[in-house]
Design a protein around this ligand. Structure first.
Ligand SMILES: *Cc1c(COP(=O)(O)O)cnc(C)c1O
Length: 423
């Protein structure tokens, strides 16, 4: 039976048969047993499905990946050890030395470094673009060696909304996949594949885990991108892989080619796998994702409206507010709400913002965002402190910007705390 997304949070992934554990078992095992040498050999030839070593794949992880895949409406998925690993794999699975890709300049600081500094050392060049530019302007950044376009559905920390249809159109016009990091919106509020994204990534560390207990990531492939149509651009998928006995992923695995390649090549060689125990915790988080996201959004909207009414607050940015510059995009792509994260500035600039934060009691100062407890961060002095002023401005991060991640506590307690700190 095709169920609604709230039910999928509970029923997808692990599907026990009669007499099996109701809750997902933790397969805490590095290795898996086979009766004959030939049975095991077939796995190494990618001729049979199965597990042999947890550095590549583990049944607990795969059950959780299958759940996230169902929530996103994808074709295949894999878990990774972190959101960073997910975004690295997502791009590195199709880009190699000498290639180029395009990313929004407003993305998470960690991803910005990964793409702009570390991947550059691997010979892969990333051009960062203002995601609000019109299509004709974005067009100019494409080169013959451009292999992908990357954006975040809701940017961290500036909470701007990506115009998915514009990005999908321009990526597909140039014959490259559109990759979306959907961490903040979660599939509860937005499913990028429905708007043309080919590949979706997550830092499951945030709302999916939801309780601040495990670092993790996920990659979901829609199976929609036709690699063979652009065979020259993506030789890693469309020509034989000598390290796997000459298998050609796109022809042998069809819609599962991208995830199969990422598992059998990148996981094999880099091993950034999530531990089965962490996948188990993630699954527990996913079971209440729909409830929590709803409460995060209603609490955040109430806080945003309160902040707006305060004289000491210079500005508030939350797309769910009717007069926000991203409200139209929010209404189109995530009408149920964006997420629990909003940004604002205190009159008096940088120092006033820091003073305000030090007075909070319910809201805690933490680098974390998007979990059950309300937390607050000043990007210019925390997550983004490695950026120059110019890079900060390019990323749309004002020096007084405070990122508030509204939790699921009682809304009156959150507002009273902010009120006393402002006072
Ligand atoms: C946190 C975050 C990441 C990185 O994820 P980790 O799990 O911390 O490695 C990537 N993208 C976004 C949007 C994030 O918020």
């Amino acid at each position: 039976m095709d169920t609604r997304i709230e039910t999928k949070c509970l029923s997808e992934g692990w599907k026990p048969s009669q007499g099996e554990p109701r809750q997902l078992p933790v397969y805490q095992s590095t290795t898996f047993k086979y009766d004959t040498s030939d049975a095991m050999g077939k796995l190494f030839d990618l001729e049979a499905d199965g597990y042999f070593y947890t550095r590549l794949q583990n049944p607990t992880n795969d059950a959780v990946a299958a759940k996230i895949c169902a929530l996103e409406g994808g074709e295949a998925a894999m878990l990774t050890s972190s959101g960073q690993a997910a975004n690295f794999y997502a791009v590195f699975n199709i880009c190699e030395a000498g290639d180029h890709f395009i990313a929004s300049s407003s993305i998470y600081g960690g991803t910005f470094n990964l793409f702009g500094v570390t991947m550059k050392k691997m010979g892969i060049e990333c051009t960062f673009v203002d995601q609000n530019l019109p299509e004709e302007e974005l067009d100019k950044y494409f080169k013959p060696n451009t292999k992908a376009v990357f954006g975040e559905s809701i940017t961290n920390p500036t909470v701007s909304i990506l115009d998915f249809e514009k990005f999908a159109r321009i990526a597909h016009k140039h014959g490259v996949p559109f990759i979306v990091d959907n961490t903040f919106a979660t599939p509860i509020n937005c499913r990028p594949i429905e708007w043309g994204a080919d590949i979706v990534t997550h830092s499951t560390t945030k709302y999916m885990d939801g309780h601040g207990v495990t670092v993790g990531g996920c990659i979901v492939d829609s199976g929609n991108f036709d690699w063979m149509k652009y065979a020259d651009k993506f030789p890693g998928l469309t020509t034989p892989d000598e390290s796997y006995h000459g298998v050609t992923y796109a022809t042998k695995f069809g819609k599962k080619a991208y995830i199969t390649k990422a598992t059998s090549q990148l996981m094999r060689d880099f091993g950034s796998i999530q531990s089965p125990q962490n996948a188990f915790y993630l699954n527990v988080g996913l079971e209440s994702l729909h409830l929590r996201v709803e409460r995060h959004c209603s609490n955040a909207l109430a806080v945003a409206k309160f902040l707006k009414s305060q004289d000491k607050v210079a500005w508030v940015h939350y797309a769910d507010l009717e007069d926000d510059e991203y409200h139209a995009l929010q209404q189109k792509y995530m009408p149920k709400g964006t997420c629990g994260v909003l940004s604002f500035g205190i009159k008096g600039g940088r120092q006033a913002s820091i003073d305000f934060m030090d007075k909070l009691k319910v809201c805690s100062i933490a680098t974390h965002v998007a979990d059950a407890k309300t937390c607050i961060l000043h990007p210019a002095s925390h997550t983004h402190r490695q950026m120059t002023d110019e890079q900060l401005r390019e990323a749309g991060v004002a020096p007084d910007l405070i990122r508030l991640s509204v939790g699921i506590e009682n809304i009156d307690d959150i507002i009273e705390d902010i009120k006393q700190a402002l006072a």
